[in-house]
Design a protein around this ligand. Structure first.
Ligand code: HDE
Length: 698
């Protein structure tokens, strides 16, 4: 049991073995009918039981978050690897490997409302509450390292633009509409972030397969009071992987809880999500040695310039007991910091330090939200703050002020392990003006574009075409293209051609040619197939030998194969045995899997070839660039499913063909050597993004 669990123990309620009562503890014997006069008479006001129940029900909802309303949370621990960071910070939770700090993490989308789908094109929130022994520290980050704007005063404008349009509340959780792109076209500091948003980073395959970033430059402070600039990074142990856009849209219908379910199931099955915390450090003396301003949250420091140094590991190992009590009521605040960490003058961060506390007051209904179990520090809390809505502490004694003589001077002012603000000399005129050093809007958008692999670029172009193609006003499409030409001329021309506006004629702003390979997802895979879901399509007459071997080996390596057939139950094998079906095909879809296996057996293949759902299942997996393995008669099915648009099968049985489809047509009793390894390699690489899928109907 970790510290946080222990601390929550007094408030957990388990109704097993209890009897039903009212809120006042009065036992009740009849809850199905309200109190009336006679069988058909009016309901009585004195029915306190019904009134209490209905009143409570009427008040069950609290306002959803203005942004990041849709979220999923889990508990875990963070442990530093060693103490190397102690030179830079006094924060024990980052420097003492003997201390495992409990955490609560909430992942979220930004634009959609609480019930919206998980797989929309959006930034993902990655907010971590560290319950440290020195108080709570909240690292409230995103899965994209930069932001749309650089001054917090623009945030309401941005959010109003991206949210559903006010006259008709359309579209839900989508950026492909006029107001967002109107905003973008008039606020070019958004360009870097928009490149990320149009990339696959906005479509994570799993919360367990995305990076996290603190975004702002923060400050570490050591025992001598010296400051060092710091950028925080989370790197997922499973590598960075994304969905395909068509797939993401379909999942939004087939399983709107796709990412939430993935997180929940991973933890339930002991496949604990893991992330490494890393830091980029910049000495104060080097603050001005970059070609961007470190206080500008629309910029990164390329990892090639300042390496990300590993600090420790976070493991999420416990699901919540109650979504509302924990995930909904968790209150993050950028100003929840502990000794050893401090702010910088980043104007976005400064405004957040106001906003998060303010928002909790209205959302959680008063100033005592830190007493809600999920928000309670494990550090001792001893304040003179009193009363207010939902006060649940019973303070004893007659003083609520310092200094005092009546309570022995308690709580006393500590003189060690206290938070001391970093001392920074600041001088200047009071002005309302954009910093000159913030006015480079394009160079890092270009850096991002230059760092992408070919397939990532294709996806970005397709995303711009999709999004702008949904914008009704042609002048907005044109204006965005004019900004894009300052990012990269070829990109702008391709987008313009796709959305029917005038392509920019000349390259007035030559591409600077610099890149940062660390930004490409192609360089962020880890070779693991753990928890990847593989659909195995079966029917009566399946050749069991080879597929059983494949399934067993996939399980052994940590993947999750599932057998799907037209109906639940079992299918008969050629040899007269049975294979248990995990799921009926009509309850699932290929978009919910990472790969598909089509086993052999003539009768099974014949049945599946006549099942439109099965054929669509295969075709769609091919369309979405997923690894596909076909065995024996299954090989023919793959060709059939895709109307032979591509040459899809190789015949040697051990290596995937150029389109990443693995076929072993003559394997009846056992698989060719190397088949399983090839399939696993392909699964670890996640997708065969080079497969030409455009012509495949699905
Ligand atoms: Fe937030 N943001 N934000 N934000 N944000 C909120 O706080 C806000 C910004 C982020 O899982 C709200 O409790 C302003 C950047 C996450 O509960 C609100 C500005 C980044 C979460 C708010 C920003 C974020 C929030 C809504 C511009 C990435 C979800 C409810 C100055 C580094 C936390 C709430 C959770 C939530 C305001 C900018 C990330 C309204 C004013 C930059 C992950 O307070």
């Amino acid at each position: 049991m970790d510290d946080k669990q222990r601390q929550m123990d007094g408030v957990r309620v388990n109704l097993a073995g209890t009897v039903l009562t009212t809120q006042q503890g009065v036992r009740v014997d009849h809850t199905d009918d309200s109190l009336t006069i006679g069988e058909r008479g009016p309901t009585l006001l004195e029915d306190f039981q019904a009134r209490e129940k209905i009143t409570h029900f009427d008040h069950e909802r609290i306002p959803e978050r203005v942004v990041h309303a849709r979220g999923s949370g889990a508990y875990g621990t963070f442990t530093p690897y060693n103490d190397w960071l102690a030179e830079y910070t006094v924060a024990e939770f980052l420097t003492d490997p003997a201390v495992s700090t409990p955490v609560f993490v909430r992942f979220s989308t930004v634009a959609g409302s609480r019930g919206s789908a998980d797989t929309v094109r959006d930034v993902r929130g990655f907010a971590t509450k560290f319950y440290t022994r020195a108080g709570n520290y909240d690292l409230v980050g995103n899965n994209i390292p930069v932001f749309f704007i650089h001054d917090g005063i623009k945030f309401p404008d941005f959010v109003h633009a991206v949210k559903p349009e006010p006259h008709n509340e359309i579209p839900q959780a989508a950026s492909a509409h006029d107001t967002l792109w109107d905003f973008v076209s008039l606020q070019p500091e958004t360009m870097h972030m928009m490149m990320w948003l149009m990339s696959d980073r906005a479509l994570p395959r799993s919360f367990r397969m995305m990076q996290g970033f603190g975004v702002h430059t923060f400050r570490l402070v050591n025992a001598a009071g010296q400051g060092t600039f710091v950028k925080f990074h989370w790197k997922p142990a499973l590598g960075v992987h994304s969905l395909e856009w068509d797939e993401a849209q379909k999942i939004a219908g087939k399983d709107p809880d796709f990412n939430r379910r993935d997180l929940w199931e991973a933890i339930e099955t002991g496949e604990f999500p893991e992330y490494e915390l890393g830091v980029q450090l910049v000495a104060e003396a080097d603050e001005h040695s970059f070609d961007v301003d470190l206080l500008d949250a629309t910029k990164i420091i390329p990892e090639e310039q300042v390496p990300v140094r590993p600090v420790g590991r976070m493991i999420l190992n416990r699901n919540t007991d109650n979504f509302f009590a924990e995930t909904e009521q968790v209150a993050f605040h950028t100003a929840n910091i502990v000794p050893g960490i401090d702010f910088t003058n980043d104007p976005l961060l400064q405004m957040r330090n106001f906003s998060y506390l303010d928002t909790q007051l209205i959302r959680l209904g008063g100033p005592n939200f830190a007493q809600i179990p999920v928000n309670r520090p494990i550090a001792e809390v001893s304040t003179n703050q009193r009363d207010g809505y939902h006060q649940s502490r019973v303070h004893q004694g007659r003083t609520a002020y310092v200094k005092n003589s009546l309570s022995g001077g308690c709580p006393a002012i500590a003189d060690e392990r206290v938070f001391r603000h970093y001392q920074e000399r600041v001088e200047g005129h009071k002005i309302r003006k954009r910093a000159r050093s913030f006015q480079d809007y394009y160079s890092q958008a270009t850096l991002f574009w230059n760092s992408m692999s070919d397939w990532e670029r294709e996806h970005i172009v397709a995303a711009f075409r999709f999004e702008l193609g949904k914008v009704d006003h042609m002048h907005i499409r044109q204006a965005v293209v004019e900004h894009l030409t300052r990012v990269d001329h070829r990109l702008a021309v391709q987008v313009a051609e796709g959305v029917g506006v005038k392509p920019p004629t000349e390259e007035a702003h030559p591409n600077h040619g610099r890149s940062s390979p660390a930004l490409s997802q192609a360089n962020n895979a880890t070779g693991s197939i753990r928890s990847r879901k593989v659909a195995v399509l079966v029917a009566d007459g399946v050749e069991a030998g080879p597929v059983t071997a494949l399934v067993a080996e996939l399980r052994k390596r940590g993947a999750v194969p599932e057998l799907l057939a037209a109906t639940n139950g079992a299918v008969r094998t050629v040899a007269g045995g049975e294979l248990t079906v995990d799921r009926a095909m009509n309850t699932m879809a290929s978009v919910l899997y990472d790969a598909v296996v089509v086993p052999g057996g003539d009768a099974a293949a014949a049945t599946l070839s006549g099942d439109g759902y099965a054929m669509h299942f295969i075709a769609e997996a091919i369309k979405h660039a997923k690894p596909v393995a076909a065995i024996g008669a299954g090989v023919g099915l793959v060709g059939l499913a895709t109307a032979n648009v591509l040459t899809l099968t190789s015949t040697d049985g051990a290596t995937a063909n150029e389109h990443g489809v693995l076929g072993a047509p003559s394997a009846t009793t056992e698989l060719p050597e190397g088949f399983i390894d090839s399939f696993c390699d392909s699964l670890a690489a996640h997708r065969v993004w080079t497969r030409p899928t455009a012509a495949i109907p699905a």
